[in-house]
Design a protein around this ligand. Structure first.
Ligand code: PEP
Ligand code: MN
Length: 335
């Protein structure tokens, strides 16, 4: 980090700044410029808050050099993080499909879908038991019973399961769930992120509809900083002026995040588009952009789904799509 001082800073006020830096174990190298003096900071300067430094009257400006997300940054960890869970592998250039209904609705529904998506190559079963709905009057999931059914489907199919956790108090209920999903609405729920950082299961962190890449990575950093290295990033569309699709899929997120971080990046075309017919082209686009996996909503009777039926594809459609996605992935690997 570099601090640009105002011209002719009063010595006493400059002393206050230097004392603050010493207090924070930051080394200072002074560089005299033509007009201003620069202070080049050494030590754990990414931990400093630039706004705190700007509050000193002698500071003209503060420039960051490194990324504020130290642990998530590819500079700190050049090799891809690869996460293994229940026989599935996520990251490092493989293609992992997570599929299932938006919400668990019944044993029949979940087991039907779970068996079919497994046959079609899905490596993980995804189903919501606690659903964050925009309206308090909408179906909000089967809660504990939904988790029980997910574990039953896991036992029957052998597929590891992913489900959304909305509050740290729910952690004991999720003890046999393989991957804990943090929904877009909770991306900045810092107490939840910290709690998930203090337990060992992989966390699938969805990007908030309004988060920049840096904000997204800072949320991942909360989990990593508490000691859990297993974070999967999920691009699920952002809020733009376009109203035709549910969100706007930001495919640039895939190569950009791969450049900035070592964490796996997957894409959710279902919530990004909200439209069944877009799942095929957006999934192919995501694989072509280098996504490490996809999270796709599948329902055997989408017209009867209690949640997100308009974006669910049928098991047959998923079967056709997954064949194309694995073929595309193989083709790109051989290139
Ligand atoms: C979901 O995955 O079921 C969900 C609600 O998605 P998001 O958090 O991305 O809106
Ligand atoms: Mn959904």
């Amino acid at each position: 980090m570099i601090i640009i001082l105002k011209q002719n800073p009063p010595p006493a006020a400059l002393g206050d700044l230097l004392a603050y830096l010493i207090e924070n174990q930051i080394g200072v190298e002074r560089v005299e410029g033509d007009r201003n003096t620069l202070l080049v900071l050494h030590g754990d300067s990414p931990a400093l808050d630039p706004d705190r430094l700007l509050a000193f009257p002698v500071v003209e400006d503060v420039k960051r050099i490194g990324a504020p997300y130290r642990l998530a940054s590819r500079k700190s960890h050049p090799h891809d993080t690869v996460i293994s869970v229940g026989g599935a592998t996520i990251g490092g250039g493989s293609l992992t499909l997570m599929a299932g209904p938006c919400s668990v609705e019944s044993e029949h529904q979940l087991l039907t879908i779970a068996r079919l998506v497994k046959e079609s190559g899905a490596q993980l079963l995804r189903g919501g038991a606690f659903k964050p709905r925009s309206s308090p009057y909408s179906f909000s999931g089967m809660a504990e019973e939904g988790l029980r059914l997910l574990l039953k489907a896991k036992e029957e199919t052998g597929l590891p399961v992913v489900s959304e956790i909305m509050d740290a108090d729910q952690l004991p209920l999720f003890k046999d769930v393989d991957i804990l999903q943090v929904g877009a609405r909770n991306m900045q729920n810092y107490p939840l992120l910290r709690a998930l950082g203090r337990q060992p299961k992989p966390v699938l962190l969805k990007r908030s509809v309004s988060a920049t890449y840096e904000e997204f990575l800072m949320s991942a950093e909360y989990i990593l900083a508490e000691g859990n290295p297993n974070v999967i990033l999920c691009e699920r569309g952002i809020r733009t002026f376009e109203r035709y699709t549910r969100s706007t899929l930001d495919l640039s997120a895939v190569p950009v995040l791969h450049r900035l971080t070592h964490l796996p990046v997957i894409v959710d075309p279902s919530h990004a588009s909200g439209r069944r017919y877009l799942i095929d082209p957006l999934s192919k686009g995501a694989v072509a952009a280098g996504a490490d996996g996809l999270l796709i909503e599948v329902h055997h009777a989408p017209d009867k789904a209690l949640c997100d039926g308009a974006q669910a594809i049928t098991p047959n459609e998923f079967d056709r799509l997954s064949k194309k996605l694995f073929a595309l992935h193989r083709f790109l690997e051989e290139e």
